[in-house]
Design a protein around this ligand. Structure first.
Ligand code: 6GU
Length: 237
């Protein structure tokens, strides 16, 4: 899979050199390229922003550097890549969307800063890209970079070979509508805090039933929205 990220702070993306994503890149599973938007400016100050028409606080990202950046990245390829623009005004990024995006050949991420990118860039980009505006959740970050770190990690870990133990992808929170069960490791008694007896029993049937019950209780307590949806889709559970 090829991923391109365009940002005015390319160093913000340096954690993508680390850990499993870094290894996937070195192993050739992930061709991830980070670009400085200012590459596509032509003035002495490498300007990427200007004041908003209509007035108001803050600055808006100019269309010209973005159009040249998007042209240059689209030109490498004659398919229609997906352009992801992270922003608090987007559709919510979910595990389902991560799975969908993990099936694509090519993704381009456009990191906005300031009050956002001139709206005409979205229209322009739609000529060559399938454009999606995606939000991590209902809070505001300073720019798209941290959101791209989260989205790339959520997507890349679904690619074959990125996670050593593919089974660990199956029983995860958000894969089947319930949160994960609690986990424990040695020692069985740690400062008087003990591991639930049943996990030491060796009875795999009862352990599976206990874990499922824990998932239901946890989901009901922490995520009543998910629990309600789960009950609707599992009427006899
Ligand atoms: Cl994707 N971007 C920004 N700037 N803020 C956010 C967000 C994204 N998701 C939640 N808040």
């Amino acid at each position: 899979m090829r991923l391109d990220v365009i940002s005015i702070f390319p160093e913000y993306l340096s954690p993508l050199d680390l850990s499993l994503i870094g290894k996937a890149r070195r192993d050739g599973l992930l061709d991830l390229r980070v670009h400085d938007l200012r590459t596509w400016t032509h003035d002495r100050h490498r300007t990427v922003d200007d004041t908003p028409y209509g007035g108001g606080a803050g600055m808006v990202m100019k269309p010209q550097p973005w159009s040249e950046a998007l042209d240059s990245l689209a030109a490498d390829d004659d398919s229609r890549p997906t352009l992801i623009v992270p922003g608090p005004g987007g559709e919510r990024f979910t595990q389902q969307i991560a799975r969908e995006l993990a099936g694509k050949e090519r993704l381009v991420f456009a990191c906005g800063r300031y009050e956002g990118i001139d709206e005409r860039v979205y229209e322009y980009a739609a000529r060559d890209y399938d454009v999606r505006v995606l939000s991590l959740g209902d809070y505001v970050l300073n720019g798209g970079e941290v959101a791209v770190l989260a989205m790339v990690e959520a997507i890349a870990r679904l690619l074959p070979g990125v996670i050593g133990n593919a089974e660990s992808l199956v029983e995860e929170s958000h894969e089947d509508g319930l949160l994960e069960y609690p986990v424990y490791t040695k020692p069985a008694d740690w400062n008087g805090l003990v591991v639930p007896e049943i996990l030491l029993s060796g009875d795999h049937g009862r352990i599976a039933a206990w874990r499922h019950q824990q998932r239901l209780e946890r989901t009901s307590a922490r995520r009543p929205d998910m629990y309600a949806a789960y009950r609707l889709s599992h009427p006899d559970a």
